[in-house]
Design a protein around this ligand. Structure first.
Ligand code: GCV
Length: 679
């Protein structure tokens, strides 16, 4: 028995494609259309669309539709590519009904788009939409919507909180593709069109993935994804010409190195004709890169871009480049400045098939950070935004933390790069500056746990990443609600409770962890649980500078590190001054005395105490809300979530007490409300 067969009866494994329960939700007005699916033969992605529709119909109406390519005039669903109706070249689909109401047409700009349309129809079925409300037109502004695995060949996943890799075990690539197929279905259902298969930290074995030793197996995985319109990419080791090529250098300006990469690209594409290209972490956290040879990121990225260009490949070059050997004693240095300082001078110099992949914030996926000023800075370079779906600093998929609201904030952020309304979403889509390529990358949160994401509620983040990458205008609430309906069915108490839990969860997590944008109060390395000074005297550039008077990092131009001045006006001015800086980011930009009065009238210190008491209480409320659903949810899902919420409540209490005690000890000032703070 393969893994998919083993797990396929579990609702937690089926996620939001739990067609069994569509029986309770589907509207009967759609039933006549579902009897026949018309689909031209010979197109593999269209065949996947038909197969998926068929499975959903079976769940909804308990019959299997007839699938045919011959139009015999019967009532049915027609799947068809119609390039002419979608001229802008982006993925787009339309669902429409014929005037005589005998046909539902799902048409798309290309095969992939028809598949996305089919899934949208399936979602409509699952959400109980009726035939007269089925029509819609949807297109994405983002050409690249990529899921990135941080999976290692060993089977471990860097920052993975849902078990081991579904791709690798003990240095070997799996030969059971059943689960990979189901992953491809999940990803395609939310519009993902690329996947990178290995960790950006590329170790010895994965360095060889680009060689004939591993390419047949990578190609086998790629062909599964390709049936769902997803192109495979690989993270590469910049020093591969030395490590596997036997050259003495990886200098990007050396002809031998350029030739090696060109030949390597030719070889890869001979195995995988729709290969996507490379993801590169270079000169970052000890990874090799062009700096070793006195070259810069343009030299490195363009060399790879030239190698993959003849095959239509792209290079996603990460901007997570900073000095990780800093001296905590030196308060003039600031890690937050690094991406901008490193990449702004290179604007306009990258090839057109290079995309700079930029983390949403300037530090590293904290629960609250400003948006990186590189968005709005760069004007002549393809850019995409990187979000961390896996919950490294946001609760390890133990704590509930629905991340879509945070991602929305980043995408909606106004950079003022072309005046008011210059949103990040329009920069990464390419619209604002007319860049040909862009989009969003998500670091995957799945592993081999039965629920994929360990915590079944963390599936909402996987679903949400795709839905937002396809359409950044969707709201956090509509994404949460539709996920809840598709996952749990239409019991309105369940849907309302789960939606509300998801929407509150990011604030709850922030309340009991790191206040007002300061970040980094976590235990080093593991990045879970409180340790206020855990990173304070380290080399990582992650300081809060708390003393007996105040806390926060002065990043102003006037007296601090100057980071605030990396933004365009009026943002730079807004962040520069304590009075105009958004309060949720106060400690990111300013060193603030504990006695400083916030807009609410509370002192900063009292805010820290209050938010931590509040956060711990709110965690308990989340748990109570979940308990109220006992008996209304699949028991395994219920238990998996309950188990984690119990831990979350304990952890929130630990956070509350550690953080409050820390500041009480620093200041000697008690809580105004007389609550228990341990001395
Ligand atoms: C893949 C953070 C994480 C690392 C990760 C790195 C990155 O520093 O802690 O595990 O490495 O980000 O994004 O490259």
């Amino acid at each position: 028995m393969n893994i998919a067969e083993m797990y396929s009866s579990l609702p937690q494994y089926r996620c939001w494609l739990n067609y069994e329960q569509f029986h309770d939700t589907a509207d009967t007005s759609l039933e006549p259309y579902c009897r026949t699916i018309f689909v031209p033969s010979g197109f593999k992605v269209l065949q996947s669309a038909a197969a998926e529709l068929s499975a959903a119909v079976k769940g909804a109406f308990r019959f299997s539709p007839r699938i045919t390519e011959r139009d015999d005039g019967a009532c049915g669903i027609v799947l068809a590519v119609d390039e002419d109706s979608f001229p802008d070249g982006c993925d787009a689909f339309r669902i429409s009904r014929s005037v005589d109401e005998t046909r539902i047409y799902i048409t798309g700009a290309n095969e992939n788009s028809v598949l996305y349309g089919a899934f949208e129809f399936i979602f409509a079925l699952g959400c109980g939409k009726s035939a007269d409300k089925i029509e819609m037109l949807s297109h994405t502004p983002n050409r690249i919507r990529i899921m990135q695995q941080w999976d290692n060949a060993s089977g471990d996943i860097e920052r993975g909180y849902a078990g081991n890799s579904i791709f690798y075990k003990d240095g070997k690539i799996t030969s059971d593709f059943s689960r990979i197929r189901d992953y491809a279905r999940l990803l395609a259902s939310v519009g993902i069109n690329y996947i990178s298969l290995n960790n950006v930290n590329v170790h010895e074995t994965e360095t060889k993935f680009i060689t004939p030793e591993y390419l047949p197996q990578i190609a086998a995985i790629a062909s599964v994804f390709s049936e769902y319109g997803i192109r495979v990419m690989l993270s590469i080791n910049f020093a591969a010409p030395i490590a596997v090529g036997g050259l003495s250098t990886a200098d990007p300006l050396e002809e031998s190195v350029q030739n090696w990469w060109r030949e390597t690209a030719d070889t890869i594409w001979s195995y995988i004709p729709d290969f996507g290209g490379f993801v590169v972490k270079a000169d970052s956290e000890g990874r090799p890169g062009p700096y070793t040879y006195g070259r810069n990121h343009v030299d490195g990225a363009n060399m790879l871009a030239d190698a993959v260009a003849p095959h239509g490949g792209i290079v996603l070059w990460r901007c997570f480049v900073y000095n990780c050997r800093m001296d905590w004693r030196d308060r003039t240095r600031d890690r937050a400045r690094a991406a901008y300082d490193n990449f702004m001078p290179l604007d306009g110099k990258f090839r057109s098939n290079v995309v700079l992949q930029i983390k949403n914030g300037p530090m590293d996926f904290q629960i609250r950070e400003p948006v990186t000023p590189l968005f709005g800075g760069l004007e002549k370079t393809n850019q995409m935004i990187e979000f961390q779906v896996t919950q490294e600093y946001t609760g390890h998929q133990i704590d509930l933390c629905y991340l879509v609201p945070m991602w929305k904030e980043a995408l909606d952020f106004d950079t003022f790069a072309r005046g008011k309304g210059s949103r990040v979403s329009d920069i990464v889509s390419g619209k604002l500056f007319g860049s040909p390529l862009g989009g969003a990358a998500g670091v995957s949160n799945i592993g081999d746990s039965p629920a994929w994401t360990g915590n079944p509620l963390a599936q909402a983040n996987l679903f949400g990443f795709g839905r937002l990458a396809w359409d950044p205008a969707r709201t956090s609430e509509e994404i949460a609600r539709s996920w809840a309906v598709l996952t749990f069915g239409r019991d309105s108490k369940v849907v309302e409770t789960v939606t509300s839990m998801l929407l509150r969860s990011r604030d709850v997590y922030e309340h009991y962890t790191c206040p007002l944008g300061i970040g980094w109060f976590v235990n080093p390395q593991v990045h879970y649980g409180p340790s206020v000074d855990g990173y304070e005297y380290s080399c990582w550039g992650t300081y809060h500078y708390a003393d007996l008077h105040g806390i926060g990092v002065d990043r102003t131009a006037a007296t601090g590190t100057g980071y605030a001045a990396q933004y365009r006006q009026p943002n730079a001015e807004m962040y520069e001054h304590l009075e105009t800086c958004p309060e949720e980011l106060l400690l990111f930009f300013h060193h603030v005395p504990y006695s400083y009065r916030l807009k609410s009238g509370q002192t900063l210190l009292q805010y820290i105490y209050d938010s931590h008491f509040r956060g711990a209480d709110e965690a308990e409320e989340l748990k109570k809300d979940w308990e109220s659903l006992r008996g209304r949810i699949d028991p395994q899902i219920f238990d998996e979530v309950e188990k984690r919420l119990t831990l979350q409540v304990q952890d929130a209490i630990e956070w509350r007490d550690v953080v409050n005690t820390y500041f009480y000890r620093k200041t000697g000032i008690p809580d105004e409300k007389g609550r228990k703070i341990y001395p």
